[in-house]
Every structure is written in structure tokens, then in C-alpha cells.
Write a protein that binds this ligand. Structure first.
Ligand code: GRF
Length: 181
């Protein structure tokens, strides 16, 4: 059975949607934020939840936990993934980003869309490379930006789509990984 680790810094709603789809394939959660909701959600689900605070060797310390893991899913992980983690998981680290990449990479993507008075935004699941939200796109979903939207109301609408497409993208990656072995 494939083994998935989820890394996150925030509330963990994407973790929750992955857990609801993949259940005990999710075997580990790691957060850099000791108070993050994702840790609480993981513990409630009976999944080992580890804290690794930042620092120059954060990615090496994270890698130490990932023995036997097939796929790493970033779910609101607010750090750049660097070596040695990147090379240890080629095409096996995924991220969910709240915009239609390559538009609005980095922080505050939903605020940017509202400030720009864009007519649509959305979310993207992509492979992680050394850049900031630059890796190959796996799946995207569009979301309208409505008159009167605030960054918060837009983000809420985007998250509904995040929770729908992240599990779909993970499913297709797991199918590829299973074919490889
Ligand atoms: C999501 O909007 C995701 O796109 C972004 O961070 C947010 C994490 O939310 N990278 P959650 O912790 O999964 O609720």
C-alpha cells in the first residue's frame, strides 16, 4: 500500500480532505508550527504528527522522518522545499496553491486576485521544484471572483475546489507511482 506524508503549517483543511479520501495511506503529518490545526486534526485521526521548526537544516530533518514514504503532499506548508528533500522525492512532492498558476505565485494569492479585480481565479496542484510555485502543473480548477468579494470570501470559494481537486491529483500520482514499481 502506498504511504503518504502530509506537510502543513496551517489549519489543515486540505489534510482533512486527503485523509477522507486516502485514510490509512496517510501515515505521517509534519508541521513547522507547533500550534497548527493540522497537527490537532492528524492526532484526532490517530496519525503520527511531528513538529520540525524552521532552521537551515529543516529539509534534512524532515527527510529523516520520510523513510518508506512514497508521496509527500504539501498542504499549506509555508516553507520552500530545498535539498536534500527535493532530490530524495523526484516528481513525488505535490503542492496545492490558491491561484491559477503561473498567476499569483507566493503569498496572498487570493488577495492579489481581489486587488487586481480579476474576473476569475482558482487553484492548482503542481509538482514541487526548487522555485516558488513553479513546478509542473498536474490539475487546476477555476473559481469566479464575484463583485463584492473580499480576500476571505474568495479564499473560501477557492478552498472548496482545493478540497475537490487535491485528492484527484494525488490519485493520479499514486497510479503513476504504482505503475513505476
Ligand atoms: C490553502 O489555501 C492552500 O492553497 C495554501 O494554503 C492554504 C492551506 O489551507 N497553500 P489548509 O491549512 O489546508 O486549510
Amino acid at each position: 500500500m502506498a504511504r503518504i506524508a502530509v506537510l502543513g503549517s496551517g489549519s489543515g483543511s486540505n489534510f482533512q480532505s486527503l485523509y477522507e479520501t486516502f485514510g490509512d495511506k496517510i501515515v505521517l503529518v509534519i508541521s513547522d508550527q507547533p500550534g497548527a490545526g493540522i497537527l490537532e486534526k492528524a492526532r484526532r485521526a490517530g496519525i503520527p504528527a511531528v513538529v520540525e521548526k524552521g532552521g537551515f537544516d529543516l529539509c534534512a530533518r524532515i527527510l529523516d522522518h520520510l523513510e518508506g514514504i512514497d508521496l509527500v503532499c504539501l498542504a499549506g506548508f509555508m516553507r520552500l522545499v530545498k535539498e536534500p528533500l527535493l532530490s530524495a522525492f523526484p516528481h513525488r512532492i505535490l503542492n496545492i496553491h490558491p491561484s491559477l498558476l503561473p498567476k499569483y505565485p507566493g503569498l496572498g494569492a487570493w488577495e492579489q486576485a481581489v486587488l487586481d479585480e480579476a474576473s476569475e481565479s482558482g487553484c492548482t496542484v503542481h509538482y514541487v521544484d526548487a522555485g516558488m510555485d513553479t513546478g509542473e502543473v498536474i490539475l487546476q480548477a477555476e473559481v469566479p471572483v464575484l463583485p463584492g468579494d473580499t480576500p476571505e470570501s474568495l479564499h473560501e470559494r477557492i478552498q472548496v475546489e482545493e478540497h475537490r481537486i487535491y485528492p484527484l491529483a494525488v490519485k493520479s500520482c499514486l497510479a503513476r507511482i504504482t505503475d513505476e514499481v
